[in-house]
Ligand binder design. Structure first.
Ligand code: SF4
Ligand code: SF4
Length: 407
């Protein structure tokens, strides 16, 4: 974090596109409003590259606050901050990494956090648990978990996978609690008194003010040491320059049996589907209905999920006719996109235990029927070839030069 004598501070809000846009707006604008109450100047803005958004796609808002207009202008000389003092993440499943419309590839969630900076995550998990997913940094910073409203004694969240997930306009104090967390870690940006004044003005409800204050009091900074966190390696992300950008929104046609190598959609996911291969009756519904063609037929004629491509929409769970044959599970429970069918083949019992660990009933009474059901697909013909890993092709069909990207 910059020293208190610093004249400007940058804050980013990382949110899931569309569902949490309003939440992100309220937080980023709230930071500026709180700072302005104390005589500072600031501005809040969305990242141009994140529009149009798509449901669930990680996106960003920014707030820049400064002690005077000159400092503010110099901070805004580059449209998008390249580093931030505070990063606010309003869905804990994004701790695994984020990929937006604005670049190719997945970035660590804490990529922009400066040495000594702050990562604020809305979650009902402990910091140690979140750090299993958050990539290491070569320097110390501080992680603060902003608790779910139910933990702060307010409203029950609708689901625990990511409690702010489908926020839209929940009015559940998540926005105010995030502002309180900013006040906690950076009172030089805005004080808790300013935050509480905003809550009072907007809600006219002293009980809400007290709840936000209670959350502020219970926040516990956790110092993340250099090297602490997940050592998972990320593919180098690529931000094409304007000379390299492809025209408009071009989605190139793919050959049958291949997937677009540019689209690694998993960072959109808050939950992932688990398939019970023992009870799958090979009906093909998941394979047919998945909007992102994530299923591949296995040698037995059942269907497995290619997790790198799965957006976690739950359609497969909805259409599967067999009870609990596909069940959605919190994404933070997994630290890679490896094939779970491979695990099932290597150690079926371990795979069943995995399902049970997530409270998925195994339905042994359905196994015999499933075994007798013949495969629909010619598994030899339908087995997809390995997706290409070559560099993306340009609109003209040639390779896109990916170096640079800053013009
Ligand atoms: S959740 Fe199911 S239907 Fe949705 S993208 Fe993933 S595999 Fe496909
Ligand atoms: S929808 Fe369910 S039963 Fe049908 S093929 Fe997919 S996993 Fe198997």
């Amino acid at each position: 974090m910059h020293q208190t004598s610093s004249a400007s501070w940058s804050v980013e809000v990382v949110y899931r596109g569309i569902f949490q846009k309003r939440l992100a707006n309220r937080i980023s604008r709230g930071v500026v409003l709180g700072a302005r109450r104390e005589g500072k100047v600031g501005t809040a803005f969305a990242r141009y590259g994140d529009s149009p958004e798509r449901n669930g796609i990680p996106s960003k808002n920014f707030a820049v606050v400064a002690t005077d207009e000159v400092q503010l202008e110099s901070s805004l000389a580059r449209y998008e901050p390249e580093s931030v003092d505070i990063s606010i993440v309003v869905d804990d499943t994004m701790c695994k990494g984020v990929e937006s419309w604005a670049w190719y590839g997945v970035q660590p969630i804490n990529k922009l956090v400066v040495p000594g900076g702050f990562l604020l995550v809305t979650s009902d998990k402990q910091p140690e648990e979140l750090l299993k997913a958050i990539k290491t940094k070569p320097y110390d910073y501080t992680l603060i978990v902003v608790p779910s409203p139910v933990h702060a004694g307010v409203f029950a969240p609708e689901g625990s996978a990511s409690f702010a997930g489908l926020w839209v306009d929940n009015d559940d104090n998540t926005d105010y609690n995030c502002l309180a967390a900013v006040a906690r870690v950076a009172p030089q940006v805005m004080s808790i008194d300013s935050v509480l004044a905003i809550v009072r003005e907007r809600t006219h409800d002293d009980a809400r003010v007290d709840m936000v204050k209670a959350t502020y009091d219970q926040l516990q900074p956790y110092t993340v040491k250099a090297g602490e966190g997940s050592s998972v390696s990320f593919e180098e992300y690529r931000k094409p320059g304007w000379m390299q950008m492809r025209e408009g929104i071009i989605v190139e046609a793919q050959q049958v049996g291949t997937r677009n190598p540019l689209y690694k959609k998993w960072s959109t996911r808050t939950r992932r589907p688990l398939v019970n291969f023992d009870t799958c009756i090979k009906c093909t519904q998941c394979w047919l209905q998945c909007p992102d063609e994530c299923f591949e037929v296995t040698p037995e004629g059942t269907y497995e999920v290619i997790y790198e491509a799965c957006i976690g929409c739950s359609v497969c769970e909805e259409v599967c006719p067999v009870p609990d044959c596909i069940a959605m599970v919190n994404e933070l429970e997994f630290d890679d996109n490896d094939s779970l069918y491979t695990l099932y083949k290597q150690d079926p019992e371990a795979y069943r235990q995995l399902l049970q660990k997530h409270n998925i009933p195994l339905h042994p009474e359905l196994i015999e029927k499933a075994k007798k059901t013949p495969a629909v697909h010619d598994v030899q013909e339908r087995k997809w070839p390995v997706a290409p890993t070559s560099e993306p092709a340009s609109a003209a069909g040639g390779p896109v030069p990916l170096a640079g990207g800053e013009e």
